[in-house]
Design a protein around this ligand. Sequence first.
Ligand code: NAD
Length: 296
Amino acid sequence: MRIAFIGLGNMGAPMARNLIKAGHQLNLFDLNKTVLAELAELGGQVSASPRDAAASSELVITMLPAAAHVRAVYLNEDDGVLAGIRPGTPTLDCSTIDPQTARDVSKAAAAKGVDMGDAPVSGGTGGAAAGTLTFMVGASTELFATLKPVLEQMGRNIVHCGEVGTGQIAKICNNLLLGISMIGVSEAMALGNALGIDTKVLAGIINSSTGRCWSSDTYNPWPGIIETAPASRGYTGGFGAELMLKDLGLATEAARQAHQPVILGAVAQQLYQAMSLRGEGGKDFSAIVEGYRKKD
Ligand code: NAD
């Protein structure tokens, strides 16, 4: 299948590589010429604009940083995707953005005869490279059926969440909870340490008791508890605090629009904001625990 792939960063490039490996012909576009050259060597075709990439494609996929980039790439009247796409071409945005933008851009696509869905992912850059991502898909039933076989070449878990926008809703609600639970585990571990219990004993109790959660039993923020967690390698190479801050911003903004309280989410957002201000936004988000510890 000829697929337009636009946005070839930390996530998009390995996803595109997996599609090339699976035998698809890719029309590539990104502002970064270096990554375009790398993917061209693997057989991808470099396009001059999102419009050109979409014009000759049977499917369009985008993986961009944030809502403003998604609007620009799709809606620009001169060289946006919707300026060149043929009616009937299935289209999917995999960026993590707010549900309203996903719906707005999809509506603009529908006006051109294009069925467009949203499918934010989880699994990080490791999952993108290994082809084991989870896709949370907001799309019509027909579009989901068309997309599923292609998404299975980049991911392991392809979930139909409902109509367009629901993929983003699933993603931001999950990450809202994750951001909060990591802070909860950090508080409990740091309090236990300050009061004098061995942190490994404490983690063992929590992980077999009612406080157990992923932030505790798989990704514990206290160094030395889980060998494979970023906490045990200086908070490097995981899910950056800056990305968590972005997702909490999306959740709190969506909550504001829905007149829905997210009290703990707002506090969590402020804690990650303070971490970012201290210049620590590049660390894994579990380094939030450092705010509860005396410096060694
Ligand atoms: P990134 O910044 O590494 O890559 C984004 C790419 O988009 C860059 O190559 C950039 O040049 C390109 N781009 C920006 N504006 C463009 C434009 N107008 N036209 C064409 N290309 C443009 O970001 P990423 O880490 O790949 O993340 C992409 C999305 O996936 C984000 O929404 C992020 O929140 C989400 N996400 C990231 C991770 C992760 O671990 N990195 C995990 C899950 C979800």
